[in-house]
Structure formats: structure tokens, C-alpha cells
Design a protein around this ligand. Structure first.
Ligand SMILES: Nc1ncnc2c1ncn2[C@@H]1O[C@H](COP(=O)(O)OP(=O)(O)O)[C@@H](O)[C@H]1O
Ligand SMILES: Nc1ccn([C@@H]2O[C@H](COP(=O)(O)OP(=O)(O)O)[C@@H](O)[C@H]2O)c(=O)n1
Length: 236
């Protein structure tokens, strides 16, 4: 017997499939800045997936554990939930947090624990937004391989370290230039060489070297690429 229209199971799928923009790249390449601007311009929701790994790394450190210890890292990942207050902490921005993040990020159980939340965010963007921008390392390759537009944002390691140093100083977080550069090189190596979901551009990603581009130029090029893939134009 069929159910009356008023008594149907609510559809799990939105009426229109959400547009997904995947933005990947190495540390301090400008992913977050670009993602937020794209999200604002198109009315999309934005998820900085690095924050999830940073939160897991900092949780392990606070529990007195070693971020490279698979069991400790996996436990912290399974205990993370979307409203967890740690996700809002400035402490996540430090270099120590970034290093811990890239260690827990190499643990397969950690990546598995965080995958579903990221995919759900992309498929059902919060607030009923018509699309989502996710930034990270493996969005175009693993989390959302079907994303309509994929960008891989990069820059030389020296330029990125300089940008990160200025950012840390602006936030009032003490940092030494040579340490930031060395930490970034170590993190690049760990992120690119890990066995699961290594940092690399998806085959269909638009690679954007921002070494000599300011944030406005990067934004214009990204908008043009997204337009060519989706037919969408920014609202403003
Ligand atoms: N194209 C750019 N030129 C100069 N500085 C930039 C550019 N894009 C971002 N920045 C700055 O570099 C720093 C790192 O950018 P961010 O977007 O946080 O990078 P990521 O998310 O890749 O780590 C920030 O202080 C940001 O304001
Ligand atoms: N999708 C993602 C996002 C971050 N990460 C890890 O989390 C660390 C911190 O990511 P982040 O995006 O906050 O780092 P920044 O680019 O802001 O320096 C990275 O170095 C990666 O090891 C990841 O493995 N996969």
C-alpha cells in the first residue's frame, strides 16, 4: 500500500545537488583566505578542514600523548564533535598545533573518523546554502573527488613561511622566522609523503601558483575558473 503524500519519508537529498568547490594546497598558500572569499561571493558554506586535524593534534598534546601514537590520535579523533569548543580556540593557530596536526593526519583511523563529517558538510551545506567550499589537503582527491571545481593553491615555501610569520605576529603569537620556515618544510614533507591521502593536486585541479599574486588576483582567477566549471557568477 502506498503512503499519502503527507506521510512520506522525508527526502534525505536536497532538492538541488549542492555545488562543491575543493581548494587544496600546502601550508599558508592562501587556501583559507581564498575559500572564505569564494564562500562569501557565492553564498556558500565554508569548512576549513585543517581545523579538524589541528583540534585532534592539540587534544592529544593536552592529554599528555604523542601525536604520532596511532591509538592516542584515533581516540582523540573519535571524541571530536562539530560543536566541540576546541574548534574555536586561537591555540589551534600555533606552529606547535600545526606540527601535531600533520602527525595525527598521517594516521589512517584519524582520517577515517573525520571523513564522514566533511562529506556530509559538502553534500548538505549548513544553513541550506546552495554550495560548499572545503579547503585542506585531500578535498579534491579523497573527500570530494566529484567536486564541480577544484583548485590547488600553492606558492614557494619561502613566500609561504613569510606569510605565516606575518600572520602569527598579527595574531600576537610569538614566532621565529627560521623556525617557521623549517617547520613548514617538515610539514610539507610529512603531508606529501604520507601513505594515506597525501598532499597532491587532483588530476582535474586548476593549479594556481600565488607566489607573485596578491589575494585579489588569486580571487579573480579562482572566480573565473569556478565560472568556467559551473556557469556560476559571484552575487556581488
Ligand atoms: N595571495 C596572497 N598574497 C599575500 N598574502 C596572502 C595571500 N593569500 C593569503 N595571504 C596571507 O597569508 C597568510 C596565510 O593565508 P591562509 O589563507 O591562512 O593560508 P592557508 O589556509 O593555505 O594556510 C594569511 O595571513 C593571509 O592573509
Ligand atoms: N584535509 C586536510 C587538512 C589538513 N590536514 C593536515 O592538517 C595540517 C594543518 O592543516 P591546515 O590547513 O590548518 O594548515 P595551514 O595550511 O593553515 O598551515 C596539515 O599540515 C595536514 O597535515 C590534512 O591532512 N588534510
Amino acid at each position: 500500500m502506498t503512503q499519502p503524500l503527507s506521510n512520506q519519508e522525508p527526502s534525505r537529498e536536497p532538492l538541488a545537488k549542492a555545488v562543491v568547490v575543493a581548494i587544496d594546497g600546502p601550508a599558508a598558500s592562501g587556501k583559507g583566505t581564498l575559500s572564505q572569499r569564494i564562500a562569501d561571493a557565492f553564498g556558500f558554506a565554508h569548512l576549513d578542514t585543517g581545523v579538524l586535524y589541528r583540534a585532534v593534534g592539540v587534544s592529544v598534546l593536552r592529554a599528555g600523548g604523542d601525536p604520532s601514537d596511532n591509538a592516542a590520535a584515533a581516540r582523540a579523533a573519535y571524541e571530536l564533535y562539530p560543536e566541540h569548543p576546541i574548534l574555536q580556540e586561537v591555540a589551534l593557530r600555533t606552529d606547535e598545533a600545526a606540527q601535531a596536526a600533520s602527525k595525527v593526519a598521517a594516521v589512517p583511523e584519524v582520517r577515517a573518523a573525520l571523513l564522514d563529517f566533511q562529506r556530509r558538510f559538502a553534500a548538505h551545506p549548513p544553513g541550506g546554502a546552495p554550495g560548499a567550499v572545503l579547503d585542506g589537503r585531500d578535498i579534491g582527491t579523497v573527500v570530494c573527488p566529484d567536486a564541480q571545481a577544484k583548485l590547488f593553491v600553492t606558492a614557494s615555501v619561502e613566500v609561504r613561511a613569510e606569510r605565516r610569520l606575518k600572520e602569527l605576529q598579527r595574531r600576537g603569537i610569538p614566532a621565529i622566522s627560521s623556525d617557521v620556515l623549517e617547520d613548514m618544510k617538515a610539514r610539507d614533507a610529512r603531508d606529501s609523503q604520507r601513505a594515506v591521502a597525501p598532499l597532491r593536486p587532483a588530476v582535474d585541479a586548476f593549479v594556481l601558483d600565488t607566489s607573485a599574486l596578491d589575494a585579489d588576483q588569486v580571487f579573480s582567477m579562482a572566480v573565473a575558473h569556478i565560472g568556467s566549471k559551473t556557469g556560476l557568477k559571484p552575487a556581488a
